[in-house]
Write a new protein. Sequence first.
Length: 286
Amino acid sequence: MVVLSESSSVVTMKDCRIAENSAHASSLYGVWADFDSAGLYMEGCEIVSNINMKDYATFKSLRLTGDKAEIENCLFANGCESYYYEAVIILDDEVSSVDFSNCTFFGSGGETIALYTWGNAGNLNIRNSIIRGYGVLMQNNNLDVSVDYSNVQGGWEGAGVGNIDVDPLFAEDGLGEGGEVLYGVVPDFHLMSSAGRYDALAGMWVRDDVDSPCIDAGDPLAWIGDEPLGCGGRINMGAYGGTAEASLTDKCSEAIIGDVNRDCVVDIVDFAAMAGNWLVSTVESL
Ligand SMILES: [Ca+2]
Ligand SMILES: [Ca+2]
């Protein structure tokens, strides 16, 4: 477990992986961030396949206690079979502002809750994310919550637009047909795609027979980031949306100069994107 406590500056965690740990304790955490005055920035982190072996115990990927956090392109998924209660993410009281963007929350087994909040008063914004498992539970909640362009188990009836509730068609969720954890099976939360999907285990691109509904389902105004050629010109939901490992929309024979949004067509959308940034420069002065 990583514990971050009483930091006077913003802590950055980038491309960290906390995985395949098991322990026997009442309560376990991947990261517990308890800040008095600063905040947490996480990008590209994975807290996956950890398990608490004790009955009626929990493993929480992330616990935020206090102040603000900004979390992008992170994956939170932990195994839990017979335990009656678990939360992938927990937000405690005193949280003031938490933004999740392009994250995947997956609670497996038992009555696993993907996102749990308790007694908060602040802002929680979730965008372009996938929340599967036992859905979202909020108790004594005073948070101002918005969820946009996300796939939420059980649906989302609060503030926000563009949300869906469908099977995200992960490459491998690590569960059997009865929802049981398949030990020894390495989960892979890339989205299935007939045009192309990065197989994390094999380290190569493959094609599936089906297409995930989370492909090109993110905020249409969000930039595609590093999504590769054939990305459809629109960001995907989930932890790999906006990255070079984003699942593809189209099979494209070659890149075309001027195809700004990499959807394999040069049209007015590309022209507008370029015109909107006309004469903008990011060159830093020496
Ligand atoms: Ca896309
Ligand atoms: Ca284009």
